[in-house]
Design a binder for this molecule. Structure first.
Ligand code: ADP
Length: 493
């Protein structure tokens, strides 16, 4: 017995469809073969009739003989081996028969009235009333010059033909039974080849649902089942990977939080212990303020990320001149760059680079990119901020010649919580937030890098066409859009 399920459905459907098709073919075949056999008998008799009736009527003349003599003459001329010939009168009474046996009762089968009505030949298939034997009767009307109407009725047994037909039916039924057994075997095999992998996949996914992500769908399954198995394996790998990233994140964020907290705690204890040296107090307070600032930055990054995840980030849109924004960024990171002796240079082709966006959020985007560039640059190197027009876009590319990223890690740097080196501080959220903010501005973030050569992070934003502001919703314009231009350290030099 096949268990209830897809397997049984497949076997059942296959079986029913093929069974019905074979039955249809069988019925048509049996009808055709029966018609063929019966028509052959009928055609033999009717062509015999065509060939003999006219010559028999011409060579015998009813007027020359008595009726019985005339009829026995006709009988002799018309008779056919293997068929009984009866000569009947217009009422259906058998007047003379080649078997010598004539019933008293008139023949009442349908061929008699049909032959009389048409004046030609008619056929009847049925069982002989006296013997019960299956027969075919072919009757034709014999008429001579307006005289008495006689009927010639040839009766032939179709028992052998029927036997042959039964044999053919049995043989064809056995062939059909054989085909159905083969279909059953093949469809059970097919059903198993589908059901077994599905059961295996179900078992593996049940294990995964219980939290065991080390199990995998084994076996080389084909087509959709193969795809299903590899998708499930891929899902498990992704879950393991994101769990690992989450664990790394928790450990790095704990570290990130603990370092400033330890420092704040240390200094507050020192200050509390009564050392009132004003210089020491100032240094201590400065460190406490700096570390608190760092903690606030960290928490804000986490909050931003959570807002972006929940689509709750609100943007205050307006016209922003990107060149001015980059100058502001350079001023902001100048001190940090100076510590590593890193030079920052803006390289722009053209004057105006207006875009439509949220000034603070775009500043956050570029600060993060430039901050990373400084963090991963070698001392005494140069970071170039390229600004170019590109077919209705403004492209900003921050190019450094720092440590670079290898191809494998490059694919994942935009993933949340991902860091190439988890010891280096940071949360691994910077680029994930940057990417989402750029997307909120309908822009694109692209990173190219080569290990040991350097990294280029490009941000493409739609160029704000002149006059477009009049149709845009009202919003705050970027602080850098007007007013005094800040001077970059490069320009100051
Ligand atoms: P984090 O806040 O930890 O810096 P990011 O998402 O900004 O996180 O960056 C993810 C990782 O990508 C970094 O930890 C670093 O390994 C790599 N990365 C980003 N920018 C650069 C760069 N300019 N050069 C080399 N590596 C970089």
């Amino acid at each position: 017995m096949i268990k209830k399920g897809i397997g049984r459905q497949i076997v059942l459907h296959y079986f029913i469809v093929i069974f019905l098709a074979l039955m249809l073919v069988e019925v048509v075949f049996l009808f055709a073969i029966r018609a063929y056999y019966y028509d052959t008998i009928y055609n033999t008799i009717s062509s015999h009739i065509d060939a003999t009736v006219r010559s028999a009527l011409i060579s015998t003349n009813a007027a020359d003989y008595s009726e019985m003599e005339y009829l026995s003459q006709l009988l002799g001329l018309l008779k056919l081996p293997e068929a009984e010939l009866q000569i009947l009168d217009g009422k259906g009474d058998v007047r003379i028969s080649s078997s010598g046996f004539a019933s008293d009762k008139p023949v009442q089968t349908s061929d008699i009235p049909q032959a009389l009505a048409s004046g030609g030949t008619a056929k009847w298939i049925g069982r002989q009333a006296t013997t019960g034997e299956p027969v075919m009767a072919v009757t034709t009307t014999l008429q001579q010059g307006g005289g008495q109407v006689y009927l010639a009725r040839f009766v032939t047994s179709i028992e052998k033909v029927n036997q042959r037909l039964t044999e053919i039916t049995l043989v064809s039924m056995s062939i059909i039974a054989g085909i159905l057994i083969i279909v059953l075997i093949v469809s059970i095999g097919l059903a198993n080849s589908i059901v077994r992998p599905i059961n295996n996949i179900i078992a593996v996914s049940a294990q995964m649902a219980k939290g065991r992500f080390d199990v995998r769908v084994e076996g080389d399954y084909r087509y959709e089942l193969g795809e299903m198995g590899s998708t499930l394996n891929y899902m498990a790998e992704e879950i393991v990977r994101s769990n690992q990233i989450k664990d790394d994140f928790i450990s790095s964020i704990s570290h990130e939080l603990r370092t400033p907290l330890t420092s704040i705690k240390g200094w507050s204890e020192t200050l509390d212990s009564g050392g009132y040296d004003p210089d020491e107090t100032r240094i201590g307070m400065g460190i406490i303020a700096k570390e608190t600032e760092r903690l606030i930055g960290l928490v804000e990054e986490l909050l931003d990320f959570s807002k972006l995840q929940q689509n709750e980030m609100k943007l205050t849109m307006g016209r922003i001149e990107l060149k001015d924004l980059l100058k502001e960024i350079v001023l902001n990171v100048w001190a940090k760059a100076e510590l590593k002796q890193v030079k920052l240079r803006i390289d722009s082709e053209g004057e105006a680079f207006p875009v439509y966006g949220d000034a603070n959020r775009l500043k956050q985007v570029f600060l993060n990119i430039v901050d990373n560039a400084i963090k991963f640059s070698h001392e005494n190197s140069v970071i170039v901020l390229h600004l170019v027009h590109e077919d209705g876009w403004v492209r900003t590319a921050v190019q450094d010649s720092g440590i670079g990223i290898d191809a494998e890690n490059l694919k994942r740097v935009k993933d949340r919580f991902f860091q190439v080196n988890t010891q280096g501080g940071g949360t691994g959220l910077g680029l994930a937030i940057t990417q989402q903010l750029v997307e909120l501005h309908e822009g694109e973030l692209d990173i190219t890098s080569e290990l040991g050569v350097g990294t280029t992070v490009s941000v493409k934003l739609p160029l704000l066409e002149d006059g477009a502001m009049s149709v845009l919703p009202e919003g705050e314009t970027a602080a850098s859009a007007g007013g005094e231009e800040p001077k970059t350290p490069e320009e100051q030099n």
